[in-house]
Design a protein around this ligand. Structure first.
Ligand code: SF4
Length: 316
């Protein structure tokens, strides 16, 4: 079947095998970045609306599953524009979780909707949020991201901090550098200070890899990229990471997540903790329960304990 709203799975360095869901169906975005890989924004707006209904997206996802495709490591909401502009995003998150139990749901966002309390609350339903913020210098932000009128970097940064204070999932911040546009020392200094406050679980500094809509810029040199990565990784303390690692989730949901994850491949306790962002003690108890119930089997392989789904062992 030809899908309109599903793409991939693609292999993502940050997320593993990621199945993408497009929530817009068109070039609808609150920014018009000069580096955008999907082309110029057609509808430049901050208005939230059901641009594509959750029902249509979830119907495609259901069909995709019924076709017997191998489950991805993560479902990522993104697509042709800013996914938070779709006011039915929470139903898509919940629906994806019900259709693919145990598969974390991630959202890619340009962070502009962090200014909206309702959008923040809806985003908090996701397991992983990947916000981008390329510059905290107004002129650079306007030149690079070309946001809707009234959106500035300070407000976006405030919204992100607000979101981080009420969110217990993972935050992977992304910063894209364009040569001569946002690679200034002033921007680096401001982003360092910001990362110290935000405490993201990851900071990814990337540069242009494909031509964007504007030909006047290009990728930064390797040494610049390395300098920025070093500075920003050092600026993001491990505090938030510790908090994420001790994330407590409802026991029944955790058992379901672990069971589904082991049905895809055998894993150690640590691999499950890292992949699903779980509290290690809680995860161990859930695995013990699954072993006692006969859903999961323990096997030692070269001195390492792997847990297998009993379904795999019977099939294998
Ligand atoms: S925010 Fe993303 S989708 Fe929107 S214009 Fe920028 S790169 Fe493209």
């Amino acid at each position: 079947m030809k899908y309109n709203y599903i793409f991939g799975p693609v292999l993502s360095g940050r997320l593993g095998r990621s199945l993408g869901l497009d929530l817009l169906g068109d070039r609808i975005c609150s920014m018009d970045c000069i580096y955008c890989e999907v082309g110029a924004t057609r509808v430049h707006t901050l208005e939230r609306s059901p641009y594509v209904s959750a029902e249509d997206i979830l119907h495609e996802l259901e069909t995709w599953i019924e076709e017997g495709n191998e489950w991805p490591d993560v479902v990522t909401l993104g697509g042709l524009g800013e996914p938070c502009l779709n006011s039915e995003m929470p139903y898509v998150i919940q629906g994806a979780r019900e259709l693919l139990p145990g598969v974390p749901v991630a959202v890619l966002t340009n962070s502009t909707l962090m200014l909206d309390e309702q959008a923040r609350n809806e985003l908090a339903l996701a397991d992983i949020v990947l916000p981008s913020l390329d510059s905290l210098v107004l002129e650079e932000f306007l030149a690079l991201n070309r946001p809707c009128p009234g959106i500035g970097p300070d407000e976006v940064a405030r919204g992100l901090l607000e979101f981080s204070s009420m969110y217990d999932g993972k935050i992977f911040l992304e910063i894209l550098l364009a040569k001569g546009v946002n690679d200034s020392d002033e921007n680096l200094g401001r982003l360092e200070a910001f990362c110290k406050r935000l405490q993201p679980d990851r900071v990814d500094v990337v540069t242009l890899t494909r031509p964007g809509t504007l030909k006047k810029t290009g990728p930064v040199d390797k040494d610049v990229l390395e300098r920025w990565r070093k500075a920003l990784h050092a600026a993001a303390p491990a505090k938030r990471q510790e908090r994420a690692e001790t994330r407590q989730v409802d026991e029944a949901r955790m058992i379901e997540m672990i069971r589904a994850s082991l049905q895809r491949r055998p894993q150690t306790v640590q691999q499950l903790v890292d992949a699903l962002g779980l509290d290690p003690d809680q995860a161990r108890r859930a695995i013990d329960t699954l072993v006692e119930q006969g859903h999961v089997t323990k096997r030692d392989e070269s001195g390492t304990t792997f847990y297998h789904s009993s379904r795999h062992i019977i099939e294998g």
